[in-house]
Design a protein around this ligand. Structure first.
Ligand code: PLP
Length: 398
């Protein structure tokens, strides 16, 4: 007899709800934020520049630009490579909406390419047939922290004269073969949103080796004016600003950078903690036929951002959404990364996508569940997640 599920009035696996993706904020960060608030310099200034420098060193890029979000960075990156209303931009449907939204903001057309079932990343073999004279950029997304097959993507881009802008929102620590994500494509953009591996509340960073683009993105991230406020108002002299172009308000603040500086220092240690949780999940779930676990690949470094299980719906009497509700009743929070973007109302209605257009993305979209994966989890939290998943699976297996 299996234990009575909490959705059926049974006792939940744990008392307190385990929030999915709750950020780890330590006292050092809180003190740094206080220091910034007391300093009187709240917006882009010395701490942002220090964070940019250290982040650039971590990644190995020539330039790193602190931004208000990854979305802002993707928008700027598309702009500096020249995407406009005549362009087509290739990306994956298995991503967060902003990856494609920014393409639409430029009045360009998002062209989805199906994913590989095993890696859940864009399938390089399917890219070429989607390239037209209008294609300008490929935007690979390193889903969950797993690198896309960048050698093939870069080879296609070079041969077809396309730019590559990487959405590395999940992939701060990721390496593809020996190359760090952040120095492979033309521009790479990272996210520091609350649930990501490095947290600044809201925030992002763009990296590139291209001097012109770096300068253009910097100017456009702050109104399109020629000198930064820091230089205008600090003791370093005076220079009135001039508007060079109608820029945006995409700059990072020193309050955000205060968090980022310390989060960056802990990044590698936190990865080790998540790797440990990852192994425990793998051990617990590898022999359950109703679930499949993420594959392991050689020659890459996975950032272990999201641990996603796939439900074998064919072996279960429960849908993915019901499974999530059942886990929630057991006091375990989970996520879905992602619902295939071509089936979201806007994309479906505007571009005429249909069910069946990207079968692999739809397959994952129907079955994927992201389990809690954070350096904040205790061993007991991980035990509870495992127990709850096993309990629900046990109850609904055919
Ligand atoms: C979180 C996320 C983004 C957006 O990041 P923001 O910093 O919130 O703008 C973009 N792409 C992917 C794949 C994401 O997960």
């Amino acid at each position: 007899m299996s234990a009575k599920l909490a959705i059926d009035g049974g006792k939940p696996v744990r008392k307190k709800f385990l929030i999915f993706g709750s950020p780890q904020i330590l006292d050092v960060e809180i003190e740094e934020v206080s220091h910034t608030l007391r300093s009187g310099w709240l917006s882009t200034g010395p701490k942002t520049h220090q964070f940019e420098k250290r982040f650039g060193e971590y990644v190995g890029s020539r330039y790193a630009l602190g931004l208000s979000s990854c979305t802002a960075g993707l928008y700027l990156a598309l702009e500096v490579v020249g995407v406009d209303a005549r362009s087509e931009v290739i990306t994956t449907p298995m991503t967060f909406p902003s990856t494609a939204n920014v393409i639409v903001h430029h009045r360009a057309k998002p062209i989805f390419v199906d994913i590989e079932k095993e890696t859940m990343n864009i399938d390089p073999e399917k890219i070429e047939s989607k390239i037209t004279p209008k294609t300008k950029v490929i935007v690979p997304v390193h889903l969950a922290g797993r690198p896309c097959k960048m050698d093939k993507i870069m080879e296609i881009a070079e041969r077809k004269h396309l730019y590559v802008i990487e959405d590395a929102a999940h992939a701060i620590e990721t390496k593809y073969r020996s190359q760090k994500v952040g120095i492979i494509g033309d521009v790479t953009v990272f996210s520091f949103y609350v649930t990501k591996n490095l947290v600044t509340g809201e925030g992002g960073m763009a990296t590139t080796d291209n001097t012109e683009w770096a300068e253009e993105m910097r100017v456009k991230s702050l109104h399109g004016i020629s000198t930064s406020a820091w230089k205008r108002y600090s003791s370093e002299g005076f220079q009135p600003y001039e508007t060079i172009c109608p820029g945006y308000k995409f700059n990072m603040t020193d309050i955000q950078a205060s968090l980022g500086l310390h989060q960056l220092k802990r990044l590698e240690d936190n990865l080790k903690i998540r790797e440990r949780h990852w192994r425990r999940y793998n051990e617990a779930f590898s022999r359950i036929p109703e679930i499949s676990i993420p594959i392991e690949e050689d020659n890459i470094r996975h950032a272990r951002h999201l641990y996603t299980i796939l439900l074998s719906l064919e072996r279960l009497n429960i849908s993915r959404n019901r499974f999530i509700i059942a886990l929630k009743a057991e006091n375990i929070g989970t996520g879905v990364h992602f619902t295939a973007l071509h089936l979201h109302p806007y994309y479906k209605n505007t571009f005429g996508f249909r069910q069946g257009d990207f079968p692999n993305a739809e397959y994952i979209s129907d079955r994927t569940v992201s389990l809690p994966m954070s350096p904040k989890l205790t061993e007991k939290d991980v035990d509870d997640v495992i127990a709850a998943v096993k309990k629900v699976i046990d109850h609904f297996k055919r």
